[in-house]
Design a protein. Structure first.
Ligand code: SF4
Length: 324
């Protein structure tokens, strides 16, 4: 299988001869490289900070739970053993909770990928609840010990103070992330993939026989959206750019097993959501076939009479079929 790149499809859609010449003559846009480098750096920074914020969130959550357990234990050592009835009551509650957790674990194993994370979260919260109740039962059955109780309360206090410091750092970090996101990407999106990143491997679609690296992929409302940034300042996207972003949508569809509703093309001062539609998809498939035929023939030619295309063509100086 010959995998055609989305970039080649974009050039072919502009003019087949431009694609053909691009194999021999590399035209590098310094502005384009600079813009991509800048975007890559900013997105990487947001991604790293979001990872850090997630770690802080987890730390605060576990610290608060741990401090609460320690504080409750401290109280238990202060009052001594509890009545038998309450002992049994809490054991039954803990068992029901555990049953609940097992149900969520079962659903998580059966659920589709998108719902799996939600069920896993429910399982985690539910199991934590069961653990706390069981712990409560054990700790309330111990004899009173005021000195140990004081030690536990102090420990809980220290833990809460540390959690508070981390919480303030989290607020600062979240504000920083928000201000950066507003500039570059939708606030509620999550960065899923950065093409220029070392980890951002080329995406290959066995199904469509195409390959490529979108500039980045965002996760918005559980949809994976490819984004392509261009240095040009256009008021509407030309067909070649629509073909390229559709090819990226096809790659995303094959990679994540879910069709994106649209892809985004960003220009200097504007951006467009291109709906992922069958008509564009068919065009990409057709174009790929034509390109492979030309590759087999070992030649191709201009297929238009548009002087403006030739005027703006990056391969114009190497072309002997140019119109102007
Ligand atoms: S100059 Fe015109 S004909 Fe030649 S490759 Fe470019 S667009 Fe095609």
């Amino acid at each position: 299988m010959v995998y055609v790149s989305a970039g080649d499809l974009e050039k072919y859609a502009y003019c087949p001869l431009s694609w053909w010449l691009s194999k021999k003559y590399k035209v590098v846009s310094k502005e384009g490289i600079e813009k991509h480098r800048e975007t890559e750096e900013k997105l990487k920074e947001i991604k790293i900070k979001e990872k850090k914020a997630k770690f802080y969130e987890k730390y605060i959550l576990f610290s608060s739970i741990f401090a609460s357990i320690v504080a409750i234990s401290g109280l238990a050592f202060l009052h001594g053993k509890m009545e038998k009835f309450w002992n049994y009551f809490f054991i039954v509650i803990a068992l029901i909770w555990l049953l609940n957790s097992s149900f969520f674990l079962y659903r998580a194993t059966k659920a589709v990928e998108i719902l799996q994370a939600k069920y896993e979260k429910m399982f985690l919260v539910s199991s934590m609840g069961a653990t706390i109740i069981a712990f409560f039962v054990v700790i309330l059955s111990v004899p009173a010990n005021p000195a140990f109780s004081k030690f536990l309360e102090i420990l809980a206090l220290i833990w809460i103070i540390i959690a508070n410091i981390i919480f303030y750092r989290l607020i600062y970090l979240s504000e920083d992330i928000l201000s950066k996101k507003i500039k570059y990407i939708p606030v509620k999106s999550k960065i899923e993939y950065i093409g220029a990143d070392k980890e951002g491997k080329e995406i290959i679609s066995e199904k469509y026989g195409i390959r490529g690296k979108p500039d980045y992929i965002l996760c918005i409302d559980d949809d994976f959206i490819p984004v392509e940034e261009k240095t040009a300042d256009l008021v509407s996207p030309p067909l070649s750019h629509v073909i390229q972003i559709t090819a990226y949508c096809m790659l995303v569809e094959d990679k994540y097993g879910k069709s994106p509703p649209y892809g985004i093309i960003k220009y200097k001062n504007s951006q467009f959501k291109i709906p992922y539609e069958m008509r564009w998809k068919k065009m990409v498939i057709e174009m790929r076939k034509k390109l492979l035929k030309d590759l087999e023939k070992g030649e191709t030619h201009r297929n238009h009479f548009n002087k403006r295309k030739c005027l703006n063509c990056a391969r114009r100086e190497f072309c002997n079929e140019k119109l102007v």
